[in-house]
Design a protein around this ligand. Sequence first.
Ligand SMILES: [Mg+2]
Length: 230
Amino acid sequence: MNYKAIFFDLDHTLWDYQKNASEALEELYKQFDLYRLGGFSSSAFIERFTTVNYGLWDQFNHGLIDKDKLREERFHKILHHFKVLDKPLSLKISDAYLKLCPTKTNLFPYTHDVLSYLQSKYQLYILTNGFNDVQQIKINSSNLTSYFKGVITSDSIGYKKPNKEIFDHALEVAGIANYEGLMVGDNLNADIRGARNADIASIYFNPERNRHKEKQLTEISCLSELMNIL
Ligand SMILES: [Mg+2]
């Protein structure tokens, strides 16, 4: 395999989205005194966030809602679940979350080791459906900037993974042919099927070892495995 460039997804592949979001939500729960308002626990708050956020991101990835709708609806739906009907408050929490969460710095184990190993052999890029404004803060805050030649966001291209167009654009940016690229990501649809749409090889990062029916998949559960494969 003569790969020249590796495209990494960011959220939940390098940057530990769940851990970082949980830390931010814990702080917001206290800051906005949510126990007093709704009588629910911080863990219930985080759990609800996870469910609502997953659903909204799935709709977003399928092109059913846009970025503003996602951001506007997220905390409104969560508070609504706990019978706190206060739209202005949900928007305030949303703004605070968007400021705080990207500054969190938890990464998956071996992120730095793997990236510094790979950096000497390949061109590395971030390829993300996340938003320009927050992704750049996450990358800077967690000291990932120096590993990557570029950050490609769906936000700036106008196409989201799994669309072929964003992968074709990534190949163009890297100046390589499809067989010289490799995608590493945690989402079977956006990252893996997306890469296949553009005839690019892929590695599925599955740290929780979720069960699936996908066949002919190269799969890892720890990033350190990349140092044996690549
Ligand atoms: Mg991801």
